[in-house]
Design a protein around this ligand. Structure first.
Ligand code: MG
Length: 215
């Protein structure tokens, strides 16, 4: 049965921000003495809330540099204001989904206003955009997806989640929701296996999504 609510993650599902975000995060970590590379940065940090990332950075560096997030936010905002692309065919997919939709992201509202704004989706989702700051615990905890469904007035078991990261899929399943894992061509096999093992049904092209949802 087709769902009543489709909850979209933002980064890597609506907007193609992950390569830029991970490149900047990796560079900052290296500037602070971490010998991390980009694939490891993606593996460790992708899909997590800032609070969760702070814990991991503190573990890696032995401290949390005072202006780390300030630097990260300034650099990513600058990059996204210059350019950000939609995930291929995501607008086509949205146009073909008659159910209610909303956004639930580990990112910040201010960033989503820039990124979703750049691709014309901020206005489309306005009033239905939720982020980690809305709840006590970010992904991989189920709180954000449960909160989004409550705000939309739809039971968790009538909602599905579209995600591209492991913490997001774990959060969706913990919330009792079906998870679809977007793994475009080029997604490492290990990442695909991790998403599938966490309980996501994988797909690789947004044009497949409406059909997968039963529309
Ligand atoms: Mg994501």
């Amino acid at each position: 049965m087709a769902p009543d609510l489709v909850i979209f993650d933002c980064d890597g599902v609506l907007v193609d921000t992950e390569p830029t975000s991970n490149r900047i995060l990796c560079a900052l970590l290296c500037e602070h003495g971490d010998a991390i590379d980009i694939p490891t940065t993606i593996e460790v940090f992708k899909g997590r809330s800032m609070a969760s990332c702070t814990t991991l950075i503190t573990e890696r560096l032995g401290r949390m540099p005072a202006d780390f997030w300030e630097q990260y936010v300034a650099r990513t905002n600058r990059a996204f204001e210059e350019h950000v692309a939609p995930i291929p065919h995501v607008v086509t997919a949205l146009d073909a989904i008659p159910a209610a939709t909303c956004v639930a992201s580990s990112g910040r509202y201010a960033k989503m206003q820039i990124t979703l704004g750049q691709i014309g989706l901020w206005d489309r989702f306005l009033g239905r955009i939720y982020c980690a700051a809305d709840v006590a615990r970010g992904k991989p905890a189920p709180d954000l997806f449960q909160y989004a469904a409550r705000q939309m007035g739809i039971a968790a078991d009538r909602a599905v989640v579209i995600e591209d990261s492991l913490p997001g899929v774990v959060a969706a399943r913990a919330a009792g929701m079906i998870a679809f894992g977007y793994a475009p061509p080029g997604t490492p096999a290990t990442a695909q296996t991790a998403l599938a093992d966490a309980g996501a049904a994988l797909f690789s092209d947004m044009r497949e999504l409406p059909g997968l949802l039963g529309f």
